[in-house]
Write a protein of this length. Sequence first.
Lengths: 168, 168
Amino acid sequence: MESRIERLCVERGLKMTGQRRVIARVLSEASDHPDVEELYRRSTAFDGRISIATVYRTVRLFEEKGILERRDFGGGRARYEPTEHGHHYHLIDVETGKVVEFADAEHEALLREIAGRLGFDLVSLRLEVFGRRREPAPAATKQAARKRVAKDAAADTHTTARPGRMPR
Amino acid sequence: MESRIERLCVERGLKMTGQRRVIARVLSEASDHPDVEELYRRSTAFDGRISIATVYRTVRLFEEKGILERRDFGGGRARYEPTEHGHHYHLIDVETGKVVEFADAEHEALLREIAGRLGFDLVSLRLEVFGRRREPAPAATKQAARKRVAKDAAADTHTTARPGRMPR
DNA sequence: ATAAGTGCAAATGCTTTGCTGGCTG
DNA sequence: CAGCCAGCAAAGCATTTGCACTTAT
């Protein structure tokens, strides 16, 4: 069957080659924020005849077509996620590099207004929060997993993102 | 005389070489957020015997010592600013790449609390706002420059930072 | 058929590093 | 004078690109 991303490609009139179909599928199945190397790894598992250059080209094309969004969580490699569900931000676990998504309405409004005060129209904004998982606090009563506050981030790529540095 | 940054270096027991003194001075005088190449340019103007490798090494050392803070405004090059005045964020003019600093108390608190809800302790956060200068609005009365809302950013480095991409 | 996509390897752009000789504390 | 520091050029990384060949429309 046709993956969600593949459908989007067709809608935008992209020529569908075998490798694009595979990459589209890998992206459709991803629930994390893989970097190019990871996409390459997953893609070649389906079809060995895909070069990393193609992954780079494809990911860039998809980004230009609005199918993907590029993220930079520091760590030197760009990571991608499908464009979809309304605005959300990312909280990166500094220990593991795992990413948790969260949304916050107040935010954009607040920043839009700040930009306004400075004489600017807000074009876009970049926000990443780096945190360290808190010890589960002296559990009052043995009470298991509470309602998820945010979408649970699937084991995100290895590259442990660090707050400070960005390139190396 | 001894520049502000140079004083900091001495305080932290750094060996002061001629090139470090020059770089420290350049940094002390900078009111913008120069990248390494720009620092190199300004430094060699004082003393031609400074290599770009030294600028890289120095800037990294200063960052580790907490004297400088590295920023990534997208555009592929890291930019630096002296650690000082309390937390502030950056608004980047997408047209010119100029940077305006602003502070906002509500913010950190808000994010700290969001992180908390997700089970994390906030370690650090990265926030950049990209905006486009708004037309000076049909001025009601001819009223000149109003009180500066934020520290006026000096003509910032050329590298026009763009919101989307980061490496190239 | 024909324009566009792909692989491969070479090229880029920023940043780091190995080595040798120099300078600071 | 011992150890850290600087210069230079080479090495590293992530990403892009030139070229000749394959393929989707």
